[in-house]
Design a protein around this ligand. Structure first.
Ligand SMILES: [Zn+2]
Length: 69
């Protein structure tokens, strides 16, 4: 026995955790500064993931390409 105990346990699905604290920063003035853009489709609360040349929403797939200056 003993070694078969793990059998039947489904592996836990990985949950992608987005920490909201990374999305905001408090300035010296005590103001809250949004560091990340939120998704125009999903609305505030869903932030766009920062990629090298684009911003992408992990929820709906919205992608916004960074404008090159
Ligand atoms: Zn979205």
């Amino acid at each position: 026995m003993a070694k078969d105990d793990k059998k039947g346990k489904a592996p836990k699905a990985k949950t992608i955790r987005v920490s909201k604290k990374d999305a905001y920063a408090v300035t010296k003035d005590g103001k809250i500064e949004r560091k990340k853009k939120h998704c125009p489709k999903c609305g505030p609360g869903v932030f766009l993931a920062n990629h090298e040349d684009r911003l992408a929403c992990g929820r709906c797939g919205y992608t916004e390409f960074a404008k090159k200056k």
